[in-house]
Write a protein that binds this ligand. Structure first.
Ligand code: SF4
Length: 282
């Protein structure tokens, strides 16, 4: 049996956990099919679990197919004011599971664009979170991916960031804007969830014999955790769930110290299954 240490920060972030719990709560409350506007999370096990509970993802372009009184949940990324209003106009029951950190950005963008500030967003213009934020200033924001600006900017600016941006890019953005703008309001809206997971993985992987990183193969934050852990601990593996733990691996590590971390889309129950198997409880 291995000695297992779980990274201090691993798995679901607060906002995603909250959205999944909300979906399950709403399902219980209405006892009928629940829809989420876009997939709640990019993790096959969770998607299957939600579908088993009658919770299905639906695309915004398909909402005409829904009936009045159907329940639709807005995921943690949030949406524009217009999208929420449109869902309500369709007679749907809208449950808002936007992460409060994202709602805070919506409020700031809405307030300061009303006060005459031109909004700048640091982030990926295709990412649903950024699309949603832009919808709180009539889609008028200047969006920068790397903190640089090709076009001439107005002098009165309010800048915010996508929650998953790097601090370094944020600093560069503010520094560039401060040389252009006469009146600059900068709200650092980066959420520390990604950073603290990476920091914990880095620390833990320096102290163990083996590392297990759990998360979707196509999850970029899980891949990043794997790279960090592998650099410190050559015996690092990336799995999606406990079914991928081979007998040989379990046997090889039975007297070793094994560190475990997980990407932000990995639920607690998958982490627990892996811990239980490595500790010989399953
Ligand atoms: S803002 Fe942070 S806590 Fe909220 S959903 Fe995004 S990463 Fe998670």
């Amino acid at each position: 049996m291995s000695k297992v240490i779980l990274a201090e920060n691993a798995g679901f972030c607060f906002g995603v956990q909250r959205a999944v719990e909300e979906a399950l709560k709403v399902k219980k409350q209405y006892s009928k099919k629940i829809y989420t506007l876009g997939p709640l999370i990019h993790n096959n096990d969770v998607v299957m679990y939600l579908e088993k509970n009658d919770i299905y993802a639906i695309d915004y372009s398909e909402i005409d197919k829904l009936n009045e009184g159907d329940v639709i949940l807005i995921r943690s990324h949030g949406v524009s004011k217009e999208v929420t209003e449109n869902l309500e106009k369709h007679g749907l029951i809208v449950v808002n599971a936007t992460c409060p950190y994202v709602t805070n950005i919506h409020k700031k963008v809405n307030k300061y664009s009303d006060l005459g500030y031109n909004i700048v967003i640091l982030g990926d213009d295709k990412h649903p979170e950024v699309v949603g934020i832009n919808g709180w200033c009539n889609n008028s924001a200047v969006i920068t991916k790397d903190g640089t600006f090709n076009d001439k900017l107005p002098k009165k600016i309010c800048v915010v960031s996508q929650t998953t941006e790097k601090e370094e890019t944020w600093k560069k953005t503010v520094s560039n804007l401060s040389s252009i703008s006469k009146e600059l309001l900068a709200f650092n809206t980066i959420c520390s969830a990604t950073e603290v997971r990476q920091k914990s993985a880095n620390e833990l992987s320096q102290t163990v014999d083996t590392m297990i990183v759990i998360g979707g193969r196509n999850s970029s934050n899980t891949t990043k955790l794997y790279q960090i852990a592998k650099a410190n601990c050559p015996n690092t593996i990336h799995i999606e769930n406990s079914k991928e733990l081979t007998k040989e691996f379990i046997e090889e590590n039975k007297d070793k110290t094994v560190g475990i971390t997980a990407g932000a889309s990995t639920p607690d129950w998958i982490i627990k299954e892996v811990i239980d198997i490595m500790e010989g409880k399953n």
